[in-house]
Ligand binder design. Structure first.
Ligand SMILES: *[C@@H]1O[C@H](CO)[C@@H](O)[C@H](O)[C@H]1NC(C)=O
Ligand SMILES: *[C@@H]1O[C@H](CO)[C@@H](O)[C@H](O)[C@H]1NC(C)=O
Ligand SMILES: *[C@@H]1O[C@H](CO)[C@@H](O)[C@H](O)[C@H]1NC(C)=O
Ligand SMILES: *[C@@H]1O[C@H](CO)[C@@H](O)[C@H](O)[C@H]1NC(C)=O
Ligand SMILES: *[C@@H]1O[C@H](CO)[C@@H](O)[C@H](O)[C@H]1NC(C)=O
Ligand SMILES: *[C@@H]1O[C@H](CO)[C@@H](O)[C@H](O)[C@H]1NC(C)=O
Length: 543
């Protein structure tokens, strides 16, 4: 015991000496003042703790050391050692201005209302921290892997936030960590390996396992395991068998003829999976033909597209006209959508001055909600798209939106477990609800939720939707539609709620939104929608 204590003291001394030598050679002062100014400016301070105390009009050496919550290496030198801003009611994102407090070793922002993510480059902003306390805030997003590069850390406290995802296993490599706590977040998956002497708290998360907790079971129903199993060979083998049973519904010759043998002149786009071509059938019908780059690589996507888009006909889903499997060729034929992708309209080039009108935007939002609601709640498989974004929404000649790109889709309905195995199954459609919320923001502001949250405190905007007025796409201001805009923004805010359980379902979203357009369209009910099966699922999945 005595030996250990002595050794610890020695290590400790050595550690502080090495930190000191780093800081004695670097120089603070000017940049430390800039650091504090920038922090003060970036935060909302409703109780005036900083406003009253952080007065930069003085200019004597060490004046910042008298500020509330600031501790210096030496009281007569403007070089910050620790910042402790606990319980001051402060609001805002994690201040990047800390970067200029180049000698700081301790940071306590606990019990405030900080929101947004912990910066992914936190280790370059605050490389020498020995202690970080972010407890009891509203931080969201994942714990950045870069934290592991803060190698001087001996205490890290992240309790009572809304952090999601997995705890990076790299955190197990902190050389000096003594206390680390994650309680009351939304974390899941395998925890890192910590030395037995480290005090760890994992209480109240969404599904952490391994380490000192219960072992991670292989049937654990979390997203991580789910994606792991998708990557596994099992499903690929299964899909190969399913694919072998598919026979082309449209000939290669016909598609070659339609696209003039896939000449470059007929190419209209390129995606992750393949090239898109425009073509015409002899009867004059206009087609979009997707020619996959690699039959092996995109087996699963090909199967899903034929299964989903070939099976269902719905006003808001791009139908599949046919597909072709010949040798190494994999081709999918859809009707050509003359107004192309929604993203093109929301982010027009300078030269393209035409913009969508407000009523068109509402109609597009409603159509996407209708399509998703139908996929989730009405169609027999309970399809979750998993990749909704403005790039995968196509617009027909009347600007009716059509959902496409089903290559990432999964199913909710347990009835198909027997056929496709549990790997395809998900619990709910809340990922689509989130993505829909983000597209809704994009329709209103021209920016996705992610883009917005980089430049604004979105929780503030959501608390007061009228404050969105400045963010609304310029082309729509002054249309006297503040009420509708407000309603849709409220909806979008609910959809991107950090806790999936708290998000509405697509059906709730659709029903709520369709009130906006009551009486204007009679086909806006989910019930009256066509359903058809040109290829039946049984053809595909029965052996
Ligand atoms: C800041 O300090 C200066 C100089 O001491 C003083 O004149 C001024 O009133 C102070 N400002 C505030 C807001 O306290
Ligand atoms: C750090 O200070 C420099 C001036 O020394 C300034 O240009 C820069 O914007 C500051 N960085 C941050 C993140 O505030
Ligand atoms: C962490 O540090 C290592 C070694 O310096 C570097 O290669 C890596 O990019 C850093 N990682 C992050 C996420 O900053
Ligand atoms: C987390 O919040 C709960 C409820 O406000 C509180 O009882 C608990 O002490 C907090 N945990 C930490 C580690 O601060
Ligand atoms: C629709 O959403 C608004 C705003 O969130 C809410 O006040 C209203 O109760 C919702 N209506 C329905 C029918 O869900
Ligand atoms: C459904 O498909 C059948 C042929 O399989 C066709 O006769 C019928 O008209 C289609 N119905 C609709 C609504 O498209």
């Amino acid at each position: 015991m005595a030996f250990h204590t002595k050794r610890n003291i020695l290590l400790h001394t050595f550690f502080w000496c090495s930190l000191l030598s780093i800081f004695l050679t670097s120089h603070g002062t000017e940049t430390d003042i800039l650091c504090l100014k920038s922090i003060k400016n970036s935060l909302e301070d409703p109780n005036n703790y900083l406003t009253s105390s952080w007065n930069f009009s003085n200019n004597f050496e060490g004046y910042i050391c008298r500020f509330n919550g600031v501790e210096c290496w030496h009281p007569d030198e403007n070089r910050v050692l620790n910042i402790k801003l606990s319980n001051m009611g402060l609001k805002g994102q994690f201040p990047r201005g800390f970067r200029n407090c180049s000698s700081i070793t301790g940071l306590d922002l606990s019990f405030n209302e900080f929101s947004g993510p912990i910066p992914t480059d936190i280790s370059s902003i605050l490389p020498f921290l020995t202690s970080i306390d972010l407890r009891n805030n509203k931080f969201t997003g994942e714990i950045p892997i870069a934290l592991a590069n803060c190698t001087y850390l001996n205490a890290l406290k992240l309790d009572n936030n809304t952090l999601t995802g997995e705890i990076p296993k790299e955190l197990g490599q902190f050389p000096r960590i003594r206390t680390i706590s994650f309680s009351n977040n939304q974390l899941y998956g395998q925890v890192p390996m910590f030395d037995g002497l480290v005090k760890v708290n994992y209480a109240n998360n969404r599904g952490l396992c391994g380490g000192s907790l219960t072992p991670c079971s292989s049937t654990h129903d979390n997203q991580n395991d789910f994606h792991q199993s998708l990557k596994g060979g099992l499903i690929v083998g299964y899909i190969s068998v399913l694919l072998e049973r598919l026979t082309s519904t449209i000939g290669l010759d016909e598609l070659c003829g339609a696209t003039e043998s896939f000449t470059v002149d007929n190419a209209i786009g390129v995606g992750k999976m393949g090239m898109m071509y425009q073509g015409f059938l002899p009867n004059g019908q206009s087609l979009a033909v997707r020619r996959l780059f690699d039959a092996q690589l995109f087996k699963r996507q090909f199967l899903l597209e034929t299964m989903i888009m070939g099976r269902y006909k719905h006003k808001n889903i791009v139908p599949l006209l046919g597909f072709c499997i010949e040798g190494k060729e994999r081709l999918l034929a859809y009707p050509y959508m003359s107004n192309r992708r929604l993203s093109k309209w929301l982010h027009p080039l300078e030269s393209e001055v035409i913009r969508l009108k407000w009523h068109q935007r509402v109609n597009i939002a409603l159509g996407i909600a209708r399509g998703l609601s139908w996929l989730h709640h009405t169609c027999d498989l309970g399809i979750v798209h998993f990749n909704i974004c403005s790039q995968c929404i196509l617009l027909d000649e009347n600007f009716e939106p059509k959902i496409s790109n089903f290559g990432e889709a999964n199913f909710m309905n347990p009835n198909i477990e027997d056929h496709l195995g549990t790997m395809f199954k998900v619990n709910d459609g809340k990922k689509d609800v989130y993505d829909f919320g983000s597209v809704l923001f994009e329709l209103i502001t021209g920016k996705t939720y992610n883009e917005l949250s980089h430049s604004y405190d979105t929780s503030d905007l959501c608390d007061n939707p009228l404050s969105f007025y400045n963010v609304i796409d310029k082309s729509m201001r002054g249309e006297g539609l503040e009420n509708e805009v407000c309603t849709l923004i409220k909806m979008a805010c609910e959809c991107v709620h950090p806790l999936p359980d708290q998000r509405p379902t697509m059906l709730e979203v659709y029903n709520n939104m369709s009130n906006l357009r009551k009486g204007q369209t009679d086909s806006d009910t989910l019930r009256g929608l066509e359903y058809n099966s040109s290829i039946t699922i049984d053809e595909i999945v029965e052996f």
